[in-house]
Design a protein around this ligand. Structure first.
Ligand SMILES: [Zn+2]
Ligand SMILES: [Zn+2]
Length: 305
């Protein structure tokens, strides 16, 4: 099983001289397996999927029709905006299955994803999408693909329905937690607050702890985990609580507790410069390796695991 990153950024693409090293494209991961990597799937269609599609048109298309599956973590902009630029969707022989969660009952996945292809947003409409496309709404579930590749999905903590994926193949495990914030007590936690209720507070603590435990189980003993780390702990605590993302420090602690072998931090904030990420890497990576044995990587576009 091989995982390649085509986009590692969160929120919005951010090209420019300060993001050359780590990359400015939003999230897109290619997973391939089989003796000649003949099977493949994609997790999320951030702007990174454009290059992936163009590469496949050169490498895979000459060998035969492109068949693949795109799994969406959720339908926030940064994870779907590359979809209309994925060239294989305009090739009649392509067969593409799209999977993902839908948050609102009145929506359907084809309208949320494909709905970007309408004249008010884009010069080509969904009707001109000539590939054979099928859409599947996904919830917490398990699936089995070719050659025994197993998939498990898990709801994450994000402002809309968001799924993590656990891929297992030939004893190796890859997990994606692209947009996720640790669960926390949603009740009043300040004992000096006039409405503070100790019993309710303790219930809230217990519920958050249980949910966080489930996330750790989901990552348990994974070989590679791709984990949201948009903020530093300081930024998170200052004014970004409830925005649906994790801090670098919390991601490291959680992955270590779950026995993860390699932790790949991504969904970098668009404001984060190469220099800043280099600094984090210099400080954290040797420290984490030394104290826990876990390999820590700050994701760069083009990296392969
Ligand atoms: Zn995101
Ligand atoms: Zn999101």
């Amino acid at each position: 099983m091989k995982a390649k990153l085509w986009g590692v950024r969160g929120s919005i693409p951010c090209p420019g001289p300060q993001t050359v090293k780590y990359g400015g494209n939003t999230l897109c991961l290619e997973l391939s397996w089989g003796t000649e990597d003949e099977y493949s799937l994609i997790v999320d269609a951030g702007s990174g999927i454009r290059s992936l599609g163009n590469t496949w048109m050169k490498t895979r298309f000459p060998k035969g029709p492109i068949k693949t599956r795109i799994f969406f973590s959720h339908t926030h902009w940064d994870h779907i905006l590359g979809f209309p630029f994925f060239t294989p969707i305009f090739i009649p022989t392509s067969e593409i299955e799209v999977f993902g969660p839908v948050t609102f009952e009145e929506d359907s996945l084809d309208l949320v994803i494909g709905g970007q292809l309408q004249y008010r947003y884009f010069p080509v409409t969904m009707a001109e999408l000539s590939a054979q496309m099928t859409y599947h709404r996904l919830q917490e579930t398990t699936m089995n693909l070719e050659l025994g590749l197993n998939i498990r999905t898990k709801y994450l903590n994000h402002p809309i329905t968001c799924l993590g994926y656990r891929f297992e193949h030939e004893g190796k495990v890859v997990v994606t937690l692209f947009d996720h914030e640790p669960y926390r007590n949603l009740f009043i936690t300040d004992p000096s607050h006039p409405d503070f209720d100790r019993e309710v507070f303790e219930e809230g603590e217990k519920a958050a702890e249980e949910e966080n435990q489930k996330i750790q189980e989901f990552m348990h003993n994974a070989d590679v985990v791709f984990h949201d780390a948009q903020y530093t702990e300081k930024e998170y605590r200052k004014n970004r609580t409830g925005w649906g993302h994790t801090s670098i420090e919390t991601a490291i602690n959680n992955a270590h507790r779950a026995g993860v072998k390699t932790l790949v931090l991504l969904h970098h904030d668009p404001e984060r410069t190469d220099e800043e990420i280099d600094n984090f890497d210099r400080i954290y990576s040797p420290l984490v390796q030394k104290k826990s044995g876990m390999k820590l990587v700050f994701a760069q576009e083009g990296m392969v695991f």
